[in-house]
Design a protein around this ligand. Structure first.
Ligand SMILES: Nc1ncnc2c1ncn2[C@@H]1O[C@H](COP(=O)(O)OP(=O)(O)O)[C@@H](O)[C@H]1O
Ligand SMILES: [Mg+2]
Length: 114
């Protein structure tokens, strides 16, 4: 199948400069179109931070991607490394090429609530 997402050696930390605290260390996986991937791990192991890094929402809670690539195949077939994308381009990708259903499905999936 065609590769939709390729995450290679993704590391993420919180803080700035030398005070940066590593949280996610060298995560690598690929996801094909139509495939479902479950990331399983104990509470606090970095599952949410990994997911929030892929769509770069981690930028808004003090997180920083320190290593790695996040190659997303776009609808037009081109590939884009989201790990280094600027804020403006990332805003256009979010919602059109990539989205997220947040935890708490009763509120996240309720079409009546906005
Ligand atoms: N905004 C943040 N600032 C600092 N540390 C954070 C932040 N968000 C998460 N962390 C820390 O990152 C680690 C991984 O958290 P998380 O990805 O939420 O785990 P989980 O696997 O349960 O989803 C935890 O130690 C958590 O305290
Ligand atoms: Mg979580």
């Amino acid at each position: 199948m065609t590769e939709l997402l390729s995450v290679q050696n993704l590391s993420v930390g919180f803080g700035r400069g030398k005070a940066i605290k590593p949280i996610v260390d060298g995560v690598t996986f690929t996801l094909d179109a139509g495939e479902t991937l479950a990331i399983v791990g104990e509470s606090g192991s970095g599952k949410s931070v990994t997911a929030l890094s892929i769509n770069r929402l981690i930028d808004y809670s003090g997180g920083r991607i320190t290593t790695g690539r996040i190659d997303l195949s776009l609808a037009d077939g081109k590939k884009l490394d989201l790990a280094t994308l600027d804020t403006g381009r990332m805003e256009r990708i979010r919602g059109s090429e990539i989205g997220m259903i947040f935890q708490e499905p009763m509120t996240s999936l309720n079409p009546v609530l906005t």
